[in-house]
Ligand binder design. Structure first.
Ligand code: NAD
Ligand code: ZN
Length: 347
């Protein structure tokens, strides 16, 4: 499959949408997150040719088949055929679901992803995985697909809540930890100034490049792609656990904690230097990540860990670091060892 063309710009302006003039399409549709619509649509509208709009309600709880059905209903009512073109504009919730809905419609509608969150730009919109949640499982329904292009404008980030911005940054740091020590050094010592375009642009490009390199080698997640799961085995369990409390964690916040704890596992099992494991913890803390939220029950945590797709008969498989910049996938780890590194979080 051909790689989608990634473009990064500072602003939404006339030039941003000029590539549309080169394309032939029967209809142009927007599938856009409601908050992004609220903050940015007035501006977008000025530069867009004739189009219609479908607004997606914000929040993970709407990333499901019921919303897809509404999107398909919109395609249907507006007579979207395979010559139609859709711009999917929003965070990971919108791009995961919009891409999925477009891929399914008549076996594939053309679409451009326009991620508007940091997490979307460095992670969710890149790599061709799309899908929605089902029952209590995340991303249970989905497919691998390919957008026509990925267009980003960093000025979307100006309206993103600080908390979402920081959570997205956890994935940037992860990219450094698993594959580029120099990038990690640069990113982990200071939070980027999002007002400075050059700074943000450089960070986006490197992060996207790192993810794409991995995805190119292993598009279907048979092996190498699993390095992207660093911090996510424990992270996902924490994310689900806190979802049921009064203080839920954002995905990136849970991943930050997961990375600290999995770095400790790496020191025990895959030869990461202890000083490096400590450095990861100190840097994340200094960047303002809350590493020790309210305490949780181990029993619930254990149950959630065992639900992980990578768990095999009571034993967990982790992606761990051999050193900063190199990860190893499928490392079997006994549950007791996991409990041990989680100690400080447990009741
Ligand atoms: N497909 C993949 O490979 C992949 C990878 C990582 C994450 N994901 C998915 O991404 C999702 C999380 O993405 P997310 O963190 O972007 O969350 P999100 O899409 O829910 O966006 C976070 C919040 O920010 C709002 N928002 C978005 N852009 C904004 C802007 N520019 N200004 C103001 N508000 C804005 C949204 O309305 C929402 O309230 C999860 O569902 C996760 O499963 C997918
Ligand atoms: Zn993640």
């Amino acid at each position: 499959v051909e790689k989608p063309l990634v473009r990064i710009a500072q602003k939404i302006d006339k030039a941003f949408f000029e590539p549309l003039d080169e394309l032939e399409y029967s209809r142009l549709g927007l599938v856009i997150d409601e908050n992004v619509h609220h903050h940015h649509y007035k501006r977008l509208k000025k530069y867009l040719p004739d189009h219609t709009v479908f607004k997606v309600r914000a929040g993970e709880q709407h990333k499901n088949i019921a919303t897809c059905e509404k999107i398909w209903r919109y395609f249907y009512d507006r007579g979207f055929d395979r010559q139609a073109l859709v711009l999917v504009i929003g965070g990971g919730v919108t791009t995961d679901m919009g891409g999925y809905a477009a891929e399914c419609w008549k076996r594939g509608l053309r679409y451009v992803l326009m991620p508007t969150t940091l997490l979307g730009m460095v992670d969710a919109a890149v790599g061709g995985k799309f899908g929605v949640d089902f029952r209590d499982g995340k991303n249970l329904i989905g497919l691998f697909g390919e957008p026509m292009a990925i267009w980003m404008a960093t000025d979307f980030l100006n309206t993103l809540p600080e908390r979402d911005l920081k959570a997205g940054y956890a994935e940037v740091l992860k990219h450094g930890l698993i594959s580029d020590r120099i990038f990690w050094e640069k990113c982990s010592t200071k939070f980027p100034n999002i007002e400075k375009y050059e700074e943000v642009e450089g960070l986006l490009w490197r992060s996207i490049e790192l993810k794409q390199e991995v995805v190119d080698i292993d598009p279907l997640e048979r092996g190498l792609r699993k390095i992207l799961n660093f911090g996510h085995t424990i992270g996902h369990a924490l994310e689900s656990l806190y979802l049921k409390t009064e203080t839920p964690l954002l995905h990136g916040e849970a991943v930050a904690i997961g990375m600290v704890l999995e770095a400790r596992l790496s020191a025990e099992h895959t030869g990461l230097k202890r000083t490096d494991a400590r450095m990861i913890e100190e840097r994340l803390e200094a960047l303002g990540f809350e590493l020790w939220p309210a305490k949780v029950e181990w029993d619930t945590m254990e149950e959630l860990l065992l639900q992980d797709k990578k768990a095999k008969s009571g034993e967990l498989r982790f992606t761990l670091l051999e050193n900063i910049g190199n990860a190893r996938v499928d490392v079997p780890i006994p549950l007791d060892a996991v409990k041990d590194v989680c100690k400080r979080l447990l009741k």
